[in-house]
Design a protein around this ligand. Structure first.
Ligand SMILES: NC(=O)C1=CN([C@@H]2O[C@H](COP(=O)(O)OP(=O)(O)OC[C@H]3O[C@@H](n4cnc5c(N)ncnc54)[C@H](OP(=O)(O)O)[C@@H]3O)[C@@H](O)[C@H]2O)C=CC1
Ligand SMILES: O=C(CO)[C@H](O)[C@H](O)COP(=O)(O)O
Length: 483
């Protein structure tokens, strides 16, 4: 075992993310990067392919630890769950007080909180860091969402800032909060990512089914949208995907891919946590469910067989694509508003001092949801951090109002044409729910009181009441009742 201690940082896990992050680190002035992967062939492959990186390759975990200068810093980029635990244990056994273990994978933030607690008594710092940007972002600059202690961020912050994406002259990294905050924020990022992808998918479906456009023409529409307020990485790559032609068949790529979406779990976590926090994130939930519905081929085939006929698509007029763009924008505002509501609720529950404007800023570059739009969100939260929802920020309130008629036309057209738009329609229903003078929740309260004596409050005076539904139907004031 060598004990050369020449590397100032190390990366464990050299699949797409880890190998690119290691290359990104190695490309920065002053860094010497140690690399280790459970299957050594991956390490050998990386080192052979990138001699310019000057990696210190370790064949064993002991060699890896020995190659790190003290205090040691190692970034873990392995499969979330058991794989991450295995590597954390290996490092924690060998690290000393003051050393830092960074988990840069997509860990569940609850696991991160537990891991930090477990490791804290050893004096080793454990830091959960959300990293977004995929393969390309990891190499050229991701958006980085570190949690963990403020003390560990003092060491880690400059290193992370040196490899992060830069937006408007600022590195896309900030200490988002303590313990699991980084992975919580990454989870919400991914939830929003799901919603955004679903909305873009619905826009494509409408342009194709109702608008009658072929994929290459829709690519042109998306490319045009990408020059305006909808500009984003996801719109940009959608145009590229729609232009892709399958070399084997000559068909559009999008027509030869099985229409069953996969997922790795972060969207589900977002919805599960939002349910626990009592935050309505319908746009994100619909996106998760839409993937689940797509992956039910037997049910889809059965209903297709039993459906008597499918509606004829409505006729699209000249302004149809513009209407879709407006509906997409308004629905996106709702999805982001819901995501930021979940950020706030998580911060309150877990005691994190999260700044929503800083989160919006670090999502402006490097990550999958990077978009022009995020400048506006950052401005909205900088101008007034206490707005109750993004939908009340003047810029977004105006944008949604201006697009509202188009949004309603699109949801109606989709319903009449048989095009599923769970994202667009749930976003519109959410908006209408918030904007309505009265909601049928009053009737729900009546039902709850009728069958379960669950009580209700009145609009005209304080107190808690119950109607004697199975008696003479008079109302009793139960405000001070002990039952
Ligand atoms: N792919 C992406 O776009 C993004 C991924 N992430 C997250 O980054 C992390 C890495 O992602 P990605 O690069 O895609 O790789 P994978 O999630 O596919 O994980 C593969 C890596 O994990 C290692 N591994 C798995 N189990 C163990 C174990 N028990 N002990 C040691 N090592 C183990 C593998 O080693 P071996 O070679 O020996 O099998 C390999 O290096 C994941 O947590 C992922 O969720 C975050 C942002 C984007
Ligand atoms: O974290 C990411 C980007 O930010 C990953 O790409 C994520 O794993 C994608 O999730 P899924 O596989 O569930 O679509």
């Amino acid at each position: 075992m060598s004990t050369n201690e020449t590397a100032n940082i190390g990366v464990v896990g050299l699949a797409v993310m880890g190998s690119n992050l290691a290359r990104n680190l190695a490309s920065r002035e002053g860094n010497t990067v140690a690399v280790y992967n459970r299957t050594h062939a991956r390490t050998e492959e990386l080192v052979a392919a990138h001699p310019e990186a000057g990696f210190v390759a370790a064949g064993t975990i002991d060699d890896f630890v020995a190659s790190l200068a003290r205090p040691r810093t190692a970034i873990i980029m392995v499969k979330a769950g058991a794989g991450t635990d295995a590597v954390i244990d290996q490092l924690a056994e060998r690290f000393e007080p003051g050393d830092i273990i960074v988990d840069g994978g997509n860990a569940n933030f609850q696991d991160t909180i537990a891991r930090e607690k477990r490791i804290a008594p050893t004096g080793v710092h454990f830091v959960g860091v959300g990293i977004s940007g995929g393969e390309e972002g990891a190499l050229n600059g991701p958006s980085i969402m570190p949690g963990g202690s403020a003390e560990s961020y003092e060491t880690l912050g400059p290193i992370l800032a040196s490899i992060a994406a830069v937006a408007k002259g600022e590195p896309c990294v900030t200490h988002v909060g303590t313990d699991g905050a980084g992975h919580f924020i990454k989870m919400i990022h991914n939830g929003i990512e799901y919603a955004d992808m679903q909305l873009i998918g619905e826009a494509y479906d409408l342009l194709r089914t109702v608008g009658g456009l072929e994929p290459h023409a829709i690519a042109d529409v998306f490319a045009e949208w990408n020059k305006g307020s909808l500009e984003s990485y996801l719109i940009e790559i959608t145009a590229e995907i729609l232009r892709q032609v399958d070399s084997a068949t000559g068909k559009p790529f999008v027509d030869i891919v099985l229409d069953q979406a996969g997922s790795k779990g972060t969207g589900v976590w977002t919805v599960q946590n939002a349910l626990d926090l009592g935050v309505p994130v319908g746009g994100i939930a619909e996106a998760v469910f839409a993937r689940a519905v797509s992956a039910k081929p037997a049910q889809r085939a059965a209903v297709r067989r039993s459906a008597a006929s499918r509606p004829q698509p409505q006729k699209a007029d000249a302004g149809f694509a513009d209407d879709v763009a407006k509906a997409l924008y308004a629905s996106k505002v709702v999805a982001y508003a819901q995501g930021f509501d979940a950020v706030l609720a998580g911060a309150e529950k877990y005691g994190w001092d999260i700044h929503k404007d800083r989160i919006a800023k670090i999502w402006r570059g490097g990550c999958i949801i990077r978009a022009r739009f995020l400048d506006r969100i950052a401005e909205a939260y900088t101008d007034n951090p206490d707005i109750t929802t993004l939908l009340e920020a003047p810029y977004f309130a105006q944008a949604v109002t201006q697009g509202e008629d188009a949004w309603r036309r699109i949801v109606a057209t989709a319903a009449l044409s048989g095009v599923p738009v769970p994202g667009f329609s749930s976003a519109l229903s959410y908006y209408d729910s918030l904007a309505a003078e009265r909601l049928p929740a009053a009737l729900v309260q009546g039902q709850r009181d009728f069958f379960g004596a669950h009580t209700y409050r009145r609009t005209d005076r304080e107190g808690t009441f119950h109607t004697l539904w199975s008696g003479d139907r008079t109302e009793v004031d139960v405000t001070h009742s002990t039952h």
